[in-house]
Design a protein around this ligand. Structure first.
Ligand code: SF4
Ligand code: SF4
Length: 400
């Protein structure tokens, strides 16, 4: 049979994977399973070679066994971007997914004010997976009612920058004490609260529910577009990573595309912002006893590469962390922990539990992602000698 050169060239252009195998060393799912079909290289081959209609089970397993950690998106030197291929396939074969896109439509219909209610209902159905921290109480959005929180302490950062605070869903509904700490970072005249902000869209985007992710992004952008501000700050490295990708949802829509691109330059996750504002930090440093680990979330590690700056920054405040004190992926991956509980558990045990178990006595894990915070608090709730904190909790003002 004659070779169709045009077809081969087109395929090669789309399939940039050079089969080098470098991704075997950084994909958390491969690292746990040691099975080629779960590596980015293996997934690429399966998703390109087989039609979902003929190998339904194999395709379902392949698209599901991915945390969307972003490692292969960023580290593959050939630019194969397997994470993006997986998202596209998840969209194409939505009927094979364990969580249908309709979940996000329900989410939208519930309305932002009632996401807490949705969360509470889901926590009854998935009681093994979802838990509600004590401070979440009424599940009403924190930002809806910030006036009831009396802020009588001086700000922790003396900055002239006008800051929009983007909390993200977990922070807005569950971790309200942390949200309050964030409010106290800034002089109130410099702080812009968007009461009606909604999800950053990451859970939908990761599942290939692009229409729903776009609707979330669009709602937020419309709230922001006429505001004069310098920084959009979020305490969640995963929200920051998604906001920086919003432009991907607006190809062909120049207005929103440009708006997202501009916003991406002003978006900071907390550690990068604190590092930049280091000399303006006025508060004290919390007294953290015992061994300290820094769990660097995947969306922090790969999307805001500032590991060395974090070490220098913490060093300046007397926390002498070393590179080996960084912990990897916690195994959560949002919906991944529901659709692949056994893989998620194995990743958690290898990357977190076995690492911290080597240390005796009191331990503290610092993280920068609300999802990881949620997961670590849940998974380590029966370990009284392990404290899980958000980076924000390292800094205190007089109220503490
Ligand atoms: S996906 Fe990238 S890193 Fe993995 S085998 Fe292909 S070229 Fe190498
Ligand atoms: S996004 Fe992460 S989990 Fe998914 S294939 Fe790539 S490296 Fe593996």
């Amino acid at each position: 049979m004659a070779l169709n050169f045009k077809k081969v060239l087109k395929e090669k252009e789309q399939d940039r994977c050079a089969r080098c195998g470098a991704c075997l060393s950084f994909c958390p799912v491969y690292q746990i399973t040691l099975k080629e079909r779960f590596s980015p290289r293996g997934k690429n081959l399966i998703l390109r070679r087989f039609k979902p209609s003929r190998r339904e089970r194999l395709i379902k397993e392949t698209v599901s066994a991915c945390l969307q950690c972003g490692a292969c998106e960023v580290l593959c030197s050939a630019g194969a971007d397997i994470a993006s291929l997986i998202r596209k396939k998840r969209k194409e074969v939505s009927h094979l997914k364990s969580v249908p896109s309709s979940l996000f439509s329900i989410w939208k219909k519930f309305g932002d004010e009632n996401i807490g209610l949705l969360f509470s209902r889901l926590s009854k159905i998935w009681s093994d997976h979802l838990y509600l921290p004590q401070e979440s109480k009424d599940l009403k959005p924190f930002l809806k009612d910030t006036e009831r929180y009396e802020i009588k302490y001086p700000p922790l950062i003396e900055t002239q920058k006008r800051v929009i605070l983007f909390l993200g869903c977990l922070q807005n509904y569950l971790f309200k004490d942390l949200s309050l700490r964030l409010l106290m970072l800034f002089p109130s005249k410099n702080l812009i609260i968007l009461e009606k902000q909604t999800c950053c869209g990451l859970p939908a985007f990761s599942q290939g529910a692009f229409k729903e992710a776009k609707a979330f992004a669009q709602k937020n952008l419309l709230l922001i577009k006429d505001i004069n501000f310098d920084v959009l700050l979020t305490p969640c490295a995963s929200c920051a990573s998604m906001i920086k990708k919003w432009h991907l949802l607006f190809k062909g829509d120049q207005g929103f595309f440009n708006l997202s691109k501009e916003l991406s330059k002003k978006t900071f996750e907390l550690s990068s912002f604190l590092i930049e504002e280091k000399n303006n930090l006025m508060g004290g440093i919390a007294d953290i006893g015992g061994k300290i680990f820094f769990q660097l979330p995947c969306h922090h590690r790969y999307d805001h590469d500032n590991k060395d700056s974090i070490l220098d920054f913490l060093d300046a405040f007397g926390f002498g962390l070393k590179k080996e004190d960084f912990l990897d992926c916690c195994g959560f991956g949002g919906i991944f922990s529901f659709s692949n509980p056994s893989l998620s558990e194995k990743i958690f045990k290898k990357n977190i539990l076995e690492r911290i178990d080597k240390e005796k006595g009191q331990k503290t894990l610092i993280t920068t992602c609300s999802g990881c915070l949620y997961w670590l608090k849940k998974k380590l709730s029966n370990f009284p000698n392990v404290k899980i904190i958000h980076l924000m909790e390292l800094f205190e003002n007089e109220r503490d």
